[in-house]
Design a protein around this ligand. Structure first.
Ligand SMILES: [Zn+2]
Length: 511
């Protein structure tokens, strides 16, 4: 027996809820296309009722993705489910994922409902969802702290009502593997109609056990795992897709199931998500970390050269390492540029947009002769920022840094359409640049994080800078890329200010 393990990716919904990881519709679309290329079974595209922007993103993904099922999250109320249903309508295969809290504390304090009312509401939710699709997932929020008798009761009722997947989330990351597996085993045994659905788990990584808990649940009979690229997600994140997929693939002898994932797309997906969110991947991260397949010590190297399997349980090329190939150069034409963007799933809205982007590409190709996919993603992330959201824009800059002299920055900005010139001194050129920008913006924000990463290898690589700013409890990440890291820093800082300036309000469910 070799069952299929369904991979449900929630990078675009749960992953996006990491502080500062919010993405634009175009960015989400690019990630969705990559997930489809990787043959993810279900893409949770967002939470349609959270805001109009979220609705539009889910809908755009439902229109674009053909191979994977596209799913929207919805609370168990009529409005949420109708919004989700409308958003997934264009999908070739659409799923509604609805949830309600089932732990005594949540039912009493948050929902102010009795257990009977909660069951009744869940059943109603399935009925509304059925008007849109036959593919319905039900989650018991905070299942980890719910009473098992009540879980059995509500699951039996929603399966009877038409739910096709039952998800057991460890919302707060409190479970440990053996105990979580026992919970799954008990539920599958005790719910009378459990054989009619796929059992799913959704684990958070607060104790570093998300992947271990998910895999233990698979051993106990779960056949869907909810996960994210790079383990992105709220707090310590979710189970990471690449680790779950490769554990199951490498140890088929233990798991008796496999996924349909094209694993050679894993590293490109990881880089794409890291580039778009600005969350770098730690070098020792399993599968997708820069050192995951590096054999530094002499003894290991010798062993690997003589016989690869001495120290390697997987091959780097099987997960997509070494796949970053030269795609375009200085002499590439407009058509080559356009078709590469299309292959990457980057949407070009008009000829104007293309011309503008192509001009930027030529500028970059002059500075950096070899252009990789990662460069194009970075370029288009910059480019994708819609002008109406760009309150602040960098027009020109000049930085001075010399031994024994105080570093200085001179910057010309467009602020809401007006040109402003500013200069400042700082402890280094980046500090001077940020001070110069602040002297105009006066944002009163707190700088939480500043990081620089080389997008590709070589000293002519573009530097990608992430700046995380906080103000009144809101946290945003700004990104900027340039072959000059000080310019990239200024762009990243302005990008973060622009995000704070556009007051996007949204609700974040805890599932
Ligand atoms: Zn979650």
């Amino acid at each position: 027996m070799n069952d299929q393990l369904i991979i449900f990716d929630t990078t675009l919904r749960d992953g996006e809820q990491s502080p500062g990881a919010s993405m634009t519709r175009d960015e989400k679309l690019r990630i969705a296309r990559q997930l489809e290329r990787m043959r993810v079974d279900v893409i949770e595209a967002g939470f349609a009722a959270a805001s109009n922007g979220d609705f539009e993103s889910v809908r755009a993904i439902a229109e674009a993705v053909k191979e994977s099922t596209v799913c929207s999250l919805a609370r168990a109320n009529e409005n949420d489910i109708r919004r989700a249903g409308e958003a997934i309508r264009p999908a070739a295969r659409g799923r509604i994922h609805t949830f309600i809290a089932t732990s005594p504390i949540h039912m009493e304090k948050k929902l102010r409902m009795t257990p009977d009312q909660v069951v009744e509401q869940a059943v109603k939710a399935i009925a509304w969802a059925k008007e849109y699709t036959g593919d319905i997932e039900f989650s018991a929020e905070d299942a980890g702290r719910s009473e098992i008798d009540f879980l059995c009761r509500i699951f039996e009722a929603v399966i009877h009502a038409g739910a096709t997947t039952i998800n057991v989330p460890d919302t707060v990351g409190y479970n440990v593997p053996e105990q979580f597996a026992a919970t799954l085993r008990t539920l599958i045994e005790r719910v009378p109609n459990s054989d009619k659905v796929v059992w799913s788990v959704h684990c958070h990584n607060d104790l570093g056990l998300a992947v271990a808990n998910s895999l233990a649940a698979v051993r106990a009979g779960a056949r869907q795992v909810e996960c994210t690229i790079n383990g992105l997600g709220e707090r310590a994140g979710n189970a990471s897709l690449e680790e779950v997929v490769m554990a199951v693939r490498t140890r088929r002898d233990v798991f008796q199931c496999d996924t349909g994932i094209d694993t050679t797309q894993i590293v490109p997906a990881s880089k794409l998500v890291s580039g778009i969110t600005g969350f770098p991947v730690q070098p020792n991260k399993a599968i997708v970390g820069a050192n995951a397949f590096a054999h530094e010590s002499g003894i290991h190297q010798d062993g690997v050269l003589k016989h690869r399997e001495t120290y390697e349980i997987m091959r780097a090329e099987d997960v997509g390492w070494g796949a970053n190939k030269l795609v375009l150069g200085k002499h590439s034409g407009r058509n080559a540029f356009r078709s590469r963007l299309q292959e990457l799933g980057i949407v070009i809205e008009s000829e104007d947009h293309l011309n503008h982007a192509f001009a930027r590409f030529k500028e970059l190709a002059d500075k950096k002769h070899e252009i990789f996919d990662e460069d194009l993603h970075a370029l288009m992330s910059d480019e994708a920022t819609t002008p109406e959201l760009e309150h602040y824009r960098l027009l020109s800059s000049r930085f001075h840094s010399e031994t024994g002299e105080t570093p200085q920055a001179e910057i010309t900005l467009a602020v809401g359409g007006n040109e402003t010139h500013t200069c400042a001194e700082g402890s280094g050129p980046v500090d001077a640049a940020f001070k110069a920008i602040e002297s105009v913006a006066g944002s009163g924000t707190e700088l939480l994080l500043y990081s620089v990463n080389a997008i590709t290898t070589g000293t002519d690589a573009q530097g990608e800078v992430t700046v995380r700013l906080a103000k009144d409890g809101r946290v945003v990440n700004g990104q900027g890329a340039d072959t000059d890291i000080i310019v990239a820093s200024a762009k990243a800082y302005l990008n973060a200010l622009n995000k704070l300036h556009s007051k996007l309000e949204r609700v974040n469910p805890q599932v």
